[in-house]
Design a protein around this ligand. Structure first.
Ligand code: SF4
Length: 414
């Protein structure tokens, strides 16, 4: 494979398919990493190891040595064991759904150059069984829900895997199923299935866009996809989109002088209509995120010794903390306070107990005491993939959950 980093990476496809200027613009900014990204890489390594242990010949000694090495990494935590088990459970169930054992490969490098210049990528897991080629991607992040529906990263991986395996399978492969397992944010993996004709047609449709993005003559198009762009803080197109205050003029609050005179609004009514509010919410949706990026960029620039005119760095609020908690608590007890007053006894959280007991035992022993109430209503654009909130459903869900909980509690006691 060519470089370590493709200019048009599959993971950034959602961005460059919309903002075709992004890849060349981003080239001037050094690639950075974060603790979250490094934690994600480590979690992927744990997942890979478990898949290899399960689906390829690997003795317990090799497995334990390799797992202990991963566990010794500073960013390792027990949650990775739990989430990688969920990933493995999903793959195991899928593999068992086929009449005969499928081919299972982990961390498969795929060549995407037929669709995007110099493109390549790595599929977390490729499984081929029956007439279906399955691509599964593990996501460790819990900040942003990633949907498999219409996901260009998954489709590109699938195209790469199809190009790799189709020659060996002749016309056997007819369907592609793409699944995302994101255990820290959603209980059930989500999938999208396409025929190979549909997938290939999609691949053809993005070729000219990829060429444009690669050429350096792309267009700057700001939007949700700016979130992970390396140049997002300094991007003028993005700044222009959010500083076009003229667009917001109809939303300015009326002053005491003009409050009673609608003519102060150039003929517009002093009160915003629902349609205007809907429009303003769409236009201003990413305003706060953009401003936050700008602030973070300015702060790190100043801390690096450069000057952002009109701004400086100051110390923020901080809380008192013990230099040595054990010694401090010992001193409190030594001074005559009863231990029972000094310590709080709290049960572990639901997730920590699940980690402790294992999923199966946890479900068997205390599943009857668990409900998942509907979350608080939150505003979302119509394009959001979640179902619309309805207070009637929420009331019903509350009642239903209570009833089922009561019933389960009674059953558990009998
Ligand atoms: S910040 Fe947004 S608009 Fe600017 S280059 Fe990046 S993706 Fe494109």
């Amino acid at each position: 494979m060519p470089n370590n980093h493709a200019l048009l990476s599959a993971s950034a496809a959602e961005r460059w398919l919309t903002c075709t200027a992004a890849p060349r613009y981003e080239e001037q900014f050094p690639a950075t990493t974060s603790e979250y990204a490094e934690e994600g890489k480590l979690a992927h390594s744990v997942c890979e190891l478990k898949v290899l242990k399960k689906f390829t010949p690997m003795g317990p000694k090799t497995y334990n040595t390799r797992y202990n090495k991963l566990k010794s990494e500073p960013l390792y935590n027990d949650e990775m064991d739990r989430t990688s088990n969920i990933y493995l459970e999903h793959l195991t169930e899928k593999a068992m759904s086929y009449a005969s054992p499928p081919l299972v490969n982990a961390e498969v490098m795929v060549d995407l150059a037929a669709y995007i210049p110099d493109g390549f990528g790595t599929c977390d897991c490729v499984m081929i069984g029956g007439d279906t080629l399955d691509i599964t991607d593990y996501k460790h992040g819990k900040g942003v829900f990633v949907s498999a529906a219409g996901n260009p990263q998954m489709r590109l991986y699938a195209l790469g895997a199809l190009a790799k395996y189709e020659p060996f399978y002749g016309g056997v492969i007819q369907h592609i199923r793409m699944t995302i397992v994101q255990p820290r944010i959603q209980d059930e993996p989500v999938s999208e299935t396409m025929t190979i004709e549909e997938l290939k047609a999609w691949g053809e449709s993005i070729k000219p866009i990829a060429q444009k993005a690669y050429s350096g003559f792309g267009d700057f198009v700001p939007g949700d996809h700016c979130q992970f762009c390396r140049g997002k803080a300094q991007c003028r197109a993005r700044a222009n989109a959010y500083t076009a205050l003229e667009d917001f003029k109809d939303a300015l609050l009326p002053t005491p002088e003009n409050r009673l005179h609608s003519e102060a609004f150039d003929g517009a009514k002093p009160m915003l209509t629902y349609a205007e509010i809907g429009d303003l919410l769409i236009r201003g949706k990413n305003l706060a995120a953009w401003f936050n990026d700008l602030e973070n960029f300015a702060l790190s620039t100043i801390l690096n010794g450069d000057d952002i005119p009109g701004w400086k760095a100051v110390a923020g609020r901080s809380n008192r903390t013990f230099t040595d908690t054990d010694a401090a608590i010992a001193a409190v007890i030594a001074s005559g306070y009863d231990e029972a007053l000094v310590y709080e006894r709290k049960p572990k959280t639901l997730t920590a107990l699940e980690d402790l007991m294992g999923k199966k035992d946890f479900a068997e022993k205390i599943g009857a005491y668990i409900i998942k109430p509907l979350g608080k209503p939150t505003l979302a654009p119509l394009s959001d993939k979640r179902e619309s909130y309805s207070s009637a459903t929420a009331d019903f869900a509350g009642v239903a959950s209570e009833n089922s909980s009561e019933k389960q509690t009674k059953e558990a006691k009998t």
